[in-house]
Design a protein around this ligand. Structure first.
Ligand code: ADP
Ligand code: MG
Length: 238
């Protein structure tokens, strides 16, 4: 499970139309990257999918269910933010388990899921530490662990690596790609970084001023950019 369909999704903030109408099909298990310049509406589109913003019009369907009016908690999605938003006074274990505790899950099931996520993310030896005692990469993994334990249909990432230094960013890129292979769960990943898009995506969605300019694999976009904007942005020679 993890298919996401957007049908004529529009979003205005007051008088300003930020998303003038997006149609998009995301298939189960795909790694889809939204890429485009700052302010083009990437985060807004992700937040509409997550239910953190209401659409002005249009429909959002997840796993065949119309969730346009559903609150975030009923969409089975897990969002990983740019700022890790970890609780500094809590252990890594408690940070990862936090959404499960909020949902009232039994303690033994919480612990089972935390151990499972920690194993995947190489955090098993760090569960009793606090976020302040971790490296930037480890903190980012804790934030991802908090998403994994919820066993979502899809992960939504909003520029998760933009706070990291260049070397770490490269490592985390590989780690997130490997995580996608391990979990085989849909991931929607927002970035303004062309290299991230080209190296991580099964499918790239190029956005410009809230419109989809082109959808395709990295190779398709490189070989056959739909227009100059896409060519320029992807770095295609055409
Ligand atoms: P991106 O993530 O691609 O940088 P955003 O989705 O954050 O772009 O923003 C797209 C546009 O929508 C920007 O012009 C931004 O100022 C505007 N915008 C985003 N959120 C709000 C909001 N809550 N209220 C008003 N304008 C907003
Ligand atoms: Mg953004």
């Amino acid at each position: 499970m993890g298919s996401i369909t957007l049908q004529q999704v529009r979003k205005s903030f007051g008088e300003v139309e930020v998303i003038p109408g997006v149609d998009l099909e995301i298939h189960d298990g795909e790694f889809v990257v939204f890429v485009g310049p700052s302010g083009c509406g990437k985060s807004t589109l992700l937040r509409l999918i997550a239910g953190l913003e209401d659409v002005t019009s249009g429909r959002i369907v997840i796993d065949g269910r119309d969730v346009t009016q559903a609150p975030p908690s009923q969409r089975k999605l897990a969002m990983v933010f740019q700022s890790y938003a970890l609780y500094p006074h809590m252990s890594v274990r408690k940070n990862i388990a936090f959404p499960l505790k909020m949902a009232g899950m039994a303690a033994d099931e919480q612990e089972r899921r935390v151990q499972h996520a920690a194993g995947i993310l190489n955090l098993t030896d760090y569960l009793d530490r606090r976020p302040g005692q971790l490296s930037g990469g480890q903190r980012q993994r804790v934030a991802i662990g908090r998403a994994i334990v919820r066993e979502p249909s899809a992960f939504l990432f909003d520029e998760p690596l933009s706070n990291l230094d260049a070397a770490l960013r490269v490592n985390m890129r590989v780690e997130i790609s490997e995580l996608h292979k391990k979990l085989a769960t849909t991931m929607v990943y927002v970035t303004h970084d062309q290299v991230e898009a080209m190296t991580m995506a099964d499918k790239i969605v190029v956005l410009r001023a809230g419109r989809v300019e082109q959808v395709g694999s990295p190779l398709e976009l490189y070989r056959k950019p739909a227009n100059r904007f896409v060519a320029g942005f992807i770095g295609s020679p055409n």
